[in-house]
Structure formats: C-alpha cells, structure tokens
Unconditional design. Structure first.
Length: 276
C-alpha cells in the first residue's frame, strides 16, 4: 500500500524521457523481433525484407531434427547441474562471508565474484589450461564445471544480500528457545533467504543455458544449443531452422529471468514477515 502511494505521488516523466526510453527499447528489441519473424519466412537462404511469405514448415523441420533435441537436452542438463552446484557453494560462501568475521573476508568476497567480472574468453582459456594441465579430458563435466564458476557468483550475490538483511536477533531467539542448528536453518534462515536462492538459481540457469564463450573452451565433441546455433549459421540452407531454435532459446532464457524478477520483488515482504 505504501509503495503504491509513493508511485502515485511520483512526478510524471516528461515526453522527451518517454520517447528516449521507447527508442532504447526499440533499439534493443527490434533485432529479437526480426529473429521471430524470420522463423516463419518461406525463404531458405537469404534474409529478404519483407519476407516473401510465411510458413510453419521450419517448426516441423526443427521438431524432427535429432541433433537439435540432443543439443537442447545437453544444455538443459548442464544448466540444471551447474545451477545445483552453484546453489550449494554460493549459499555456503554467502553464509560464511555475511555471518562471520575473519581476516581477508573482503578479499574472499572479491575473489568469489571475479569469474563473472572477467571477460568470458579469459575464464575459458584459464579453465582449458587448467584441465589440460591436470590431464582432464574435455567432456560433459568440464562444461558443467566451467558454467558453475559464474553461476556461483549469481547465487552468491543474491544470497549474501539477503543474509545481511536477515536479523541476527531472530536466529539468537530461535536458539534461545531450544532450536538446534538444523531447526534454526529450516524455520528461520531458509524462509528468509528462500526467495533470494530461488531467484539466484533461475538467473544462474538462464545464464548457463545460453552461454557460448566458456563452453567453446571447455567442451569436447559435445554441442550445447548455443554452440549448435553458432555452427549452423555458416550453413545458408539452415537459417530458418536456426531462427526457430533461437526463439526457443529466447523463451527458455526469458521465463526464468521473469520469475526471478518476480520473486526478487517479493523478497522484501518475506524478510519483513519472517517467511511465515
């Protein structure tokens, strides 16, 4: 209610600012709209404007392509396992950094977020060199480990912010009432950080699902869906199929981001209400 009144009392944006915002959105979204449009184009080889015709043929072709399903399955598996690893390690790092004081805490916090701050090609080269040095063959698990490095950062950032906003007095009160560590975590800590972990996990899944650069350096013969798209772009006859797959990637990536945004907005109420 209070936030609704604050929005109602806020000054109205001038027309110039609205036009600038609209132009920015058009600049960002128009290329994506073209991908969606050309997924229905009847032209196989070139991008003609306007499209000479519209057809659903390419959706059937894509549906019957076994290599598309293999790449999609691999991407989902890698994203799911990477997200699971990130949820465990990212939450533990966040709990250690926010809940305790020790020498070098800020340095460790900086090192945790470093993988996502570095260019992807640097991370990819570093991981490839490390795997080669340790004579680890490139496989499904090297892709997972590569994706987990930056997925941990997303979960960590969400969790550490919520940990720092969780009142220590609630934890102390629970332990004074006889709750053990597991009960305190289950009934006090988890309800307060649950939405942050859910949002972080969804963002990590989306980030892993459409990752290209690190995958290029850590994959062996496997092809995730973005890598498949990258290789198919050099085949002129496959452009409509690539556009159909691009639609799938956009949708699969967008849904977790929207859900993460929704749960992040509801996070303040969860903390205030102690998650009950």
């Amino acid at each position: 209610m209070r936030s609704d009144r604050q929005r109602a009392d806020a000054p109205r944006a001038p027309w110039g600012l609205k036009l600038a915002a609209g132009a920015g959105l058009f600049f960002m979204l128009a290329p994506i709209a073209l991908i969606f449009l050309y997924a229905f184009s009847s032209e196989e080889r070139t991008y003609q404007w306007p499209p000479p015709g519209l057809t659903l043929k390419w959706f059937e072709v894509t549906w019957n392509r076994a290599d598309v399903w293999q790449a999609l399955t691999l991407s989902v598996q890698v994203a799911a396992i990477s997200t699971g690893i990130a949820l465990v390690l990212g939450t533990l790092c966040a709990a250690a950094v926010s809940g305790t004081r020790f020498f070098g805490r800020e340095t460790i916090s900086l090192l945790v977020i470093l993988p996502i701050a570095l260019p992807g090609i640097i991370t990819g080269i570093s991981l490839r060199s490390a795997f080669s040095l340790m004579e680890i063959p490139f496989s499904f698990w090297t892709i997972v480990l590569g994706h987990a490095t930056f997925c941990i950062v997303v979960v960590y950032n969400n969790a550490v912010a919520r940990f720092r906003r969780t009142s220590g007095s609630m934890i102390e009160a629970a332990m004074d009432l006889g709750a053990d560590k597991f009960q305190t975590f289950r009934y006090v800590i988890l309800p307060n950080i649950g939405t942050a972990l859910l949002a972080g996990g969804m963002l990590a899944f989306a980030l892993s699902f459409d990752e290209v650069i690190v995958t290029t350096f850590t994959a062996g013969q496997q092809q995730t869906l973005p890598i498949w798209m990258l290789e198919e772009l050099v085949r002129p006859r496959q452009r409509p199929v690539t556009n159909v797959v691009a639609m799938v990637v956009v949708i699969v990536t967008l849904l977790p981001i929207l859900l993460a945004f929704y749960f992040s907005r509801g996070g303040d109420q969860t903390v205030a209400g102690m998650g009950k």
